[in-house]
Write a protein that binds this ligand. Structure first.
Ligand code: NAD
Ligand code: TYD
Length: 339
C-alpha cells in the first residue's frame, strides 16, 4: 500500500506519518509538502532514514509536480492535510487560503482521477459548520448540520469539501471527508492557542486572550485524530462525511489558566486583548456516526493530553524556540503589537 500524505511536515500530518509508519511497517508513506512557514523538515527527522518513507517538497497546486509524483509512486490512497490553517492569518490575507485550500484540493483530486486511486481522503474541519451559541449546550455539530462559515479560512475549507463531494458525484472519485475539532499535541505550531500559551508562559511573556476568553473549543488529542483517519481510509464508506470530536468542550480562559497552573506560572500573565474579527463562539462535535460505524472514540482525556503536551514542549524546546526566534517574531509583532 502506498499513501501520499500532503502537509506531512505540519502538525497533524506529521503525527499521522509517525502513526502510519509505526502501525503499518509494510506501507510506503510519501509526504508531499511545500514547507511553508508552518512546515518544518526537522519535525520529520526521525523518519527521514526510514526506507518506507519519502519526502517530496512540492506545492499541491503545482499540477506538473503532483502528476509526476503520481507517475512515480502509483499511490493507492491520498490523505490531504496540506492547507493554510490559521484563522487569524486568513483574516489578514485570504488569497493564499483560496489558492492552497481550494485549488490545491482540486489539483490533488484531478491527479487521482487521471491516474486512478482507491481512496482520496480530505481532512476538513468542524469550522465549516459555523458556530454554536454558549447557552444551548444541547446543540452539537452532526454531519447533517448545514455548512455556514465565518472566516476566510473556514470558507476555503468548505469550498474544498463541496468540491470533494462534487468529484464523488460527478466522476465517481472514491472520496471521504473528516471534519475534526481543535487538535492539540506535539509539533503544534506556536501560533495556535495551546502551544502559543505554553511557549509564552515558559518565557514569562503576556498570555494574550481574545475578548473575554469565553469562546469554547472541543479539544481532541492529535493521536486520537490520527487513529480516526486511519479507520476512515481503511473502513469508512466512500461519499461519506465523518465528524471527529474530543467530547471535551472547554472555554479558552480555562485552558490558559490550566496551562499556568501546570507550569507554575502566575495568572497575572494573562492579558485580555482585542477580540478576533467574526470570532466563532463555540464548536462542539457529535461523533456518534464514526463511533457507531467504525467503533472510534477519543481515548485521551484532556487532563492527561495537556500534561503530555506540556511535557513534550518542555523536552523539545529547541523545536519551538527555533520557530519563535525567527520570522515568527515579525508575525507576532504584527498580530499582537497593537492589540
Ligand atoms: P499546519 O499549518 O500545522 O500544517 C500545514 C502543512 O501543510 C505544513 O506542513 C505546510 O508546509 C503544508 N502546506 C501548506 N500549503 C501547502 C501547499 N500549497 N502545498 C503543499 N503543502 C502545503 O496544519 P495542521 O494544523 O496540521 O492542519 C492539517 C489539516 O487539518 C488542515 O487541512 C486543517 O485545515 C485541518 N484541521 C486542523 C485542525 C487543528 O486543530 N489543527 C482542526 C481541524 C482541521
Ligand atoms: P486557534 O488555536 O487559532 O484555533 P481556531 O481559531 O481555529 O479554533 O484558537 C483557538 C481559540 O483561542 C479561539 O477561540 C481563539 C483563541 N485565541 C486566543 O484567545 N489567543 C490567541 O493568541 C490565539 C492564537 C487564539
Amino acid at each position: 500500500m502506498t499513501i501520499i500524505v500532503t502537509g506531512g511536515a505540519g502538525f497533524i500530518g506529521s503525527n499521522f506519518v509517525f502513526h502510519m509508519l509505526k502501525k503499518y511497517p509494510d506501507y510506503r508513506i510519501i509526504c508531499l509538502d511545500k514547507l511553508t512557514y508552518a512546515g518544518n523538515l526537522s519535525t520529520l527527522k526521525s523518519v527521514m532514514d526510514n526506507p518506507n518513507f519519502r519526502f517530496v517538497k512540492a506545492d499541491i497546486c503545482d499540477r506538473e509536480a503532483v502528476y509526476k509524483l503520481f507517475e512515480e509512486e502509483h499511490p493507492d490512497i491520498v490523505v490531504n492535510f496540506a492547507a493554510e490553517s490559521h484563522v487569524d492569518r486568513s483574516i489578514e490575507d485570504p488569497g493564499i487560503f483560496l489558492q492552497t485550500n481550494i485549488i490545491g484540493t482540486a489539483t490533488m483530486m484531478d491527479a487521482c482521477r487521471k491516474y486512478g486511486i482507491k481512496r482520496y481522503h480530505q481532512v476538513s474541519t468542524d469550522e465549516v459548520y459555523g458556530d454554536l451559541p454558549l447557552d444551548r449546550p444541547d446543540l452539537l455539530f452532526t454531519e447533517e448540520t448545514p455548512i455556514h462559515t465565518s472566516s476566510p479560512y473556514s470558507s476555503s475549507k468548505a469550498g474544498a469539501d463541496l468540491l470533494v463531494m462534487a468529484y464523488y458525484r460527478t466522476y465517481g472519485l472514491p472520496c471521504t471527508i473528516s471534519r475534526c475539532s481543535n487538535n492539540y499535541g506535539p509539533y503544534h505550531f506556536p501560533e495556535k492557542l495551546i502551544p502559543l500559551m505554553i511557549a509564552n508562559a515558559l518565557n514569562d511573556k503576556p498570555l494574550p486572550v481574545y475578548g473575554e476568553g469565553k469562546n469554547v473549543r472541543d479539544w481532541l488529542y492529535v493521536e486520537d485524530h490520527c487513529k480516526a483517519i486511519d479507520l476512515i481510509i481503511h473502513k469508512g464508506r466512500v461519499g461519506e462525511v465523518y465528524n471527529i470530536g474530543g467530547h471535551n468542550e472547554m472555554a479558552n480562559i480555562d485552558i490558559v489558566k490550566l496551562i499556568c497552573k501546570e507550569l507554575g506560572k502566575p495568572e497575572s500573565l494573562i492579558t485580555y486583548v482585542k477580540d478576533r474579527k467574526g470570532h466563532d463562539m463555540r464548536y462542539a462535535i457529535d461523533p456518534t456516526k464514526i463511533h457507531n460505524e467504525l467503533g472510534w472514540l477519543p481515548e485521551t482525556k484532556f487532563a492527561d493530553g495537556i500534561k503530555k503536551t506540556i511535557k513534550w514542549y518542555l523536552e523539545n524546546r529547541e523545536w519551538w524556540e527555533e520557530i519563535v526566534s525567527g520570522e515568527y517574531q515579525n508575525y507576532y509583532e504584527k498580530m499582537y503589537g497593537n492589540r
